[in-house]
Design a protein around this ligand. Structure first.
Ligand SMILES: [Zn+2]
Length: 470
């Protein structure tokens, strides 16, 4: 893909982000040259209206069913559909679901809504939501010991739901039925992209997206992507950056809907943190869903990760460098990355060609034939980052008998083993395996030697020994 020439003044914007590892290592100029930053895109992007997903077709063919879809099992009125709303827009995201936006706002965010709708209407997403709906209690003695008053759950993607029409049809309708219990809006979300909270008074999950999404897509004065870009030649192409913001808004909407599904299922009860996927260590449903779709999480490059994405997007595996709990957000991370076998993580730039493909018929035909994994972003180059784990506190406390402490230690060792195996198994279809195809991988930081040595050993263990030239 050729890059458009950018004719803006080459100056650092007032809120310029620091470059992240990818930009430092490869430089913006090189990334741009290879199609990761500027591309021939315009703000007139093709509509997805003609590429309606299965969910959209179901809404068309089975209007009665949709009207009768209500979480409490009762009848709901015609309002369930949103009068005059095109069928390819997912019911949870239709115009009247949004608070405080006008027609111009709606038009600006519409491509993102269409893209998010397309993901939510594809049968390949149903194993995640159906599995989540069937979460079961997690019997983890260590979590119980630490947070006795909370009830933890686990779930697994349920692929059997895809094996019959009735299976995924029911799951898609169940996702649509969240409509009456979600609302969306834009607000100042500080350093985050979005947040979802439960409003007990209204019994709705309230999704709030960073207002800069809206301001950038609306092309509000002063909200051009250069505001967040450092000075470089030829500079960040505005429509390209907006295109990335559009993709990021769509992925963020899909992400937040995973949180909504859990809030709705447990009616926002505070003693029910989000469930863990299988034996994985981090209970963050939004990231698990992203990982389920793209085998990694997609984020703006640069330090400060703002939705303007002036330096392009990258993908990184999940769970990667996550540690530390955040009970305010109901995050209970079990152990440190080292415990689940992660000592390094790689950031791979995501090409503009891939971003553009999301809006094409070809992309969705491939999804329909092969599933999401075959059309995930290709990992052709990357920067490998050391994952430092803080040393974990000792299990148990001084008041415990040696026997109890030994039992607790045994259980923790067992849990760590399960998590490691879980994450490793998930990685087989995932990001870092693709390093073999990468044209370049850079290792950053002072641990470079250590890391390379570790990788070499790992390859040997896997039987993939590199022989010196004869
Ligand atoms: Zn989240």
């Amino acid at each position: 893909m050729s890059q458009p020439s950018v004719r803006q003044p080459v100056v650092a914007g007032p809120d310029a982000m620091d470059p992240g590892p990818l930009v430092i290592e490869y430089t913006l100029e090189a990334l741009n040259h290879e199609g990761y930053i500027n591309a021939n895109v315009t703000d007139q992007i093709p509509t997805l209206e003609n590429i309606a997903g299965d969910g959209a077709s179901l809404r068309l063919w089975d209007r009665e069913r949709l009207l009768a879809t209500d979480p409490e099992g009762g009848e709901v009125g015609e309002s369930q559909l949103g009068k005059g709303e095109p069928d390819h827009i997912h019911p949870t995201l239709q115009r009247e679901q949004w608070i405080g936006i006008d027609e111009r706002d709606w038009q600006a965010i519409l491509p993102s809504i269409e893209l998010a709708s397309r993901f939510l209407d594809d049968p390949h997403i149903t194993p995640f939501f159906h599995g989540l709906d069937n979460a079961t209690e997690l019997k983890d003695p260590l979590l119980k010991a630490a947070y006795g008053d909370l009830k933890f759950h686990r779930f697994d993607g349920d692929n059997s739901v895809m094996s019959t029409d009735a299976g995924f049809t029911n799951a898609l309708f169940a996702m649509m039925s969240m409509r009456d219990q979600v609302q969306l809006r834009f607000a100042d979300e500080g350093r985050g992209h979005a947040s979802t909270s439960w409003k007990p008074g209204f019994q709705v999950a309230d999704m709030s997206f960073h207002q800069d999404f809206l301001f950038i897509l609306r092309q509000k004065a002063g909200y051009n992507p250069q505001r967040w870009s450092r000075s470089w030649a030829p500079g960040t192409h505005e429509p390209s950056a907006r295109f990335r913001t559009r993709v990021l808004l769509a992925t963020t909407i899909v992400h937040e809907l995973a949180h909504c599904a859990w809030f709705i299922k447990c009616k926002g009860k505070k003693d029910l943190p989000e469930p863990y996927l299988r034996d994985r260590p981090v209970n963050e449903l939004g990231w698990e869903l992203e990982n389920f779709i793209w085998t990694g999480i997609i984020e703006a490059s640069g330090r400060g990760v703002h939705v303007s994405a002036p330096y392009g997007l990258h993908i990184e595996r999940f769970p990667g460098r996550w540690f530390g709990d955040d009970p305010d957000r109901y995050l209970y991370i079990r152990g440190a990355p080292e415990d689940w076998g992660v000592t390094w993580a790689t950031q791979y730039p995501v090409s503009m060609e891939w971003c553009r493909s999301l809006f094409t018929k070809e992309y969705w035909e491939k999804v329909s034939r092969y599933g999401f994994i075959q059309v995930r972003p290709r990992r052709l180059k990357g920067v490998r980052l050391q994952v430092t784990s803080d040393s974990r506190p000792e299990v148990g406390d001084d008041t415990m008998s040696p026997k109890s402490r030994a039992l607790l230690k045994y259980r923790e060792d067992r849990r760590i083993k399960a998590m490691k195996a879980g994450v490793k198994a998930d990685d087989i279809d995932s990001s870092d395996e693709e390093d073999v195809d990468a044209q370049s991988i850079v290792v950053r930081g002072k641990h470079k030697k250590e890391l390379e040595e570790e990788l070499r050993k790992q390859r040997e263990e896997d039987g993939d020994t590199e022989m010196p030239d004869a």
